[in-house]
Design a protein around this ligand. Structure first.
Ligand code: PGA
Length: 243
């Protein structure tokens, strides 16, 4: 794993936004895997600024988000689809048909997960997936468990993950849905390149275990050790346990 430590969240966001923009310029039809959460907000802000300033063209870019809550429509506040609309999709010239998203209202969950896997494969696979990490070591919504799912699947959320998402539900963890749909471990690990971003001291333990610990299903992010092309971008607080 390549490790990059930045003096602040802002510097990290600037560096990654500039790297993503460079990648889009080199490969205008690239396929991006995208995260939601507090951590990527600064990244999306910088990408939008850079897009306005430099006229970055997203018209051929395709995106697939990592996960979505079960039971929420795309328009419902708190859904990851609405988060992405607010922070990125509404501000760049991504074509609607190029936005891949799991449908939290799908009646047939298994068919929806299959559809997503097929859509990613039809796009030629993911070129670059950007990940956050949960304080419990999850990536996407692959939660610590005795066994991990390889492909897109339905998942029951841990209390810690629901608490981590309370922000999108008026600060009330009880309102966070109990289930989500998520890309699986192989869906993520099959991306040609992975960038994991983490900021704040709340992530320091999980980050250190991901880099220094053994590979274990109890810390799903540890499986990134098996991927040949991973960059971990941290602010100093998230890197605190590595010193
Ligand atoms: P956060 O979530 O950015 O809101 O901390 C990251 C994650 O759970 O993947």
């Amino acid at each position: 794993m390549k490790l990059e430590i930045y003096e602040s969240e802002h510097h990290l966001a600037l560096a990654l936004a500039s790297a993503v923009a460079g990648a889009i310029r080199r490969q205008p039809d690239m396929v991006l895997g995208l995260p939601t959460g507090r951590t990527p907000i600064a990244l999306y802000g910088e990408l939008v600024r850079l897009t306005c300033r430099e006229g970055l063209d997203w018209s051929r870019v395709r995106t697939f988000n990592l996960d979505e809550f079960v039971g929420l429509s795309a328009e419902t506040p708190g859904s990851y689809r609405s988060f992405m609309h607010q922070h990125l999709f509404a501000h760049v010239n991504l074509a609607g048909r190029h936005i891949g998203f799991l449908d939290g209202l799908a009646a047939d969950v298994e068919a929806e997960c299959d559809r997503y896997e097929r859509a990613i494969a039809a796009a030629g696979g993911i070129d670059l997936v950007i990940l956050g990490i949960g304080a419990n070591g999850h990536i996407g919504f692959n939660e610590p468990a005795p066994a991990l799912a390889s492909r897109t699947h339905r998942v029951a959320l841990e209390d810690e993950s629901r608490a981590g998402n309370a922000l999108w539900f008026g600060g009330d963890a009880a309102r966070v849905p109990r289930e989500a749909l998520s890309m699986g471990m192989a869906t993520i690990l099959n991306a040609r390149e992975v960038v994991l971003i983490a900021t704040g001291e709340g992530k320091a333990d999980a980050v250190a275990a991901m880099i220094r610990g053994g590979i274990t299903t109890e810390l799903p992010a540890s499986f990134l050790q098996l991927h040949p092309h991973v960059t971990v971008m941290l602010d100093e607080a998230a890197a605190g346990d590595l010193r």
